[in-house]
Ligand binder design. Structure first.
Ligand code: BTN
Length: 345
């Protein structure tokens, strides 16, 4: 249900860089000009800056650097039936909050964004550093009602979609390190955490969590992380509009979900994977259940398992594990920036 702030923002954004009169906004909302002024004050308090002239009206001068729900929703190009977005100031983990909302019966799909997390989680129970409000911490929830086997390539599919969105949004070269890391030049900019609850032989609900370093600076991370992590703004050389990126990302993930649920993703998955995969042909060590396996990555099988060939020529497949590139093979990314794959936000 759009609020007055949604309507005002939609009008101002649609007319940028032109002015929108207070009278036009008042007529659109069926309220007085004083009421419009009060809404503008509320938006100013959220970090917007407006130019205001008696004869011309209002126009946006600056958007808030922090996440703002109405601004994200106003910029969404995709909005499935029942979709809702929650933007929180702080939460333990957006994945945990999504699980609580699912348990409380919130209709799906929905997305939860938080400006920071106190207990952001990654794979293997690791912490996801979530103190900076300059980054994105988001979880999507779905109730797919499909057999668990159908979900095997889900995170990989979402990963290549996120890569493509980032490549086109920022004209950069992200890559995916199986199964859930998004990297730039060997440093991690994003991680994905998919969690599903299964009822007998069907997925009851599914949570897709994504952490993306967007505008944080190295001094905001602990020293050991600063060497391994990178933010998008470091790659682009300028801060990104967090709300616009969040809207584009939400649109892309919702579309990718729709294709996945309809079974329409198989054709493009292989193509996208080949484009964004950082491991094929590289010597790696894979840690799985306390065992180390060394080999060269030869690709993925149909179930999304990683295929390795060891030095004796023996092929092995892994459904899970943590991959480290052998020293010397984590060279700078030589792939060209391409516009081959256009995002469909
Ligand atoms: C990893 O790289 O191990 C996965 C990191 C996933 C982090 C995101 S941030 C949003 C969502 N909430 C969480 O607690 N984790 C995921």
């Amino acid at each position: 249900m759009p609020t007055a702030e949604h309507v005002i923002l939609r009008e101002l954004l649609a007319h940028e860089p032109n002015w929108v009169s207070g009278a036009a906004l008042a007529a659109r909302l069926g309220v007085s000009r004083v009421a419009i002024w009060q809404h503008m004050e509320k938006l100013r308090a959220a970090g917007f800056m407006f130019e205001a002239q008696r004869a011309r009206g209002y126009r946006i001068k600056e958007r808030p650097p922090a996440l703002y729900g109405a601004l994200i929703e106003t910029q969404l190009k995709v909005r499935p039936r029942n979709f809702s977005l929650l933007v929180l100031d702080q939460v333990d983990s957006t994945n945990d909050e999504a699980a609580r909302e699912l348990a409380a019966g919130r209709p799906t799909p929905f997305a939860i964004l938080s400006r920071r997390q106190t207990h952001g989680r990654g794979r293997f129970g690791r912490a996801w550093h979530s103190a900076s409000t300059a980054n994105l911490y988001i979880s999507f929830a779905f109730r797919p009602r499909v057999e668990p086997q159908r979900m095997q390539t889900f995170t990989l599919w979402m990963g290549v979609n996120v890569c493509e969105l980032l490549a086109n949004f920022t004209s950069t070269r992200p890559g995916i390190k199986w199964p859930n890391d998004i990297l730039f030049d060997g440093r991690k900019a994003g991680g994905m955490l998919t969690e599903a609850r299964v009822d007998s032989d069907q997925i009851r609900d599914l949570i897709f969590g994504l952490g993306l370093n967007v505008n944080s600076t190295a001094d905001q991370w602990p020293a050991d992380l600063a060497r391994r992590a990178i933010a998008l703004s470091e790659v682009t050389g300028a801060p990104l509009d967090l709300n616009r990126l969040a809207a584009a990302l939400i649109g892309r993930v919702l579309l990718a979900w729709q294709k996945f649920a309809d079974g329409e993703h198989n054709e493009t998955f292989a193509d996208l994977w080949n484009h964004y995969d950082l491991l094929r042909g590289k010597p790696v060590t894979l840690l799985e259940g306390g065992h180390r396996h060394r080999g060269t990555v030869t690709g993925l099988d149909d179930e999304g398992a990683l295929l390795l060939r060891d030095e004796t020529g023996r092929a092995q497949r892994f459904r899970a594990g943590e991959v480290t590139l052998e020293k010397g093979s984590e060279t700078r990314d030589q792939r060209p920036v391409t516009k081959d794959h256009k995002p469909k936000e």
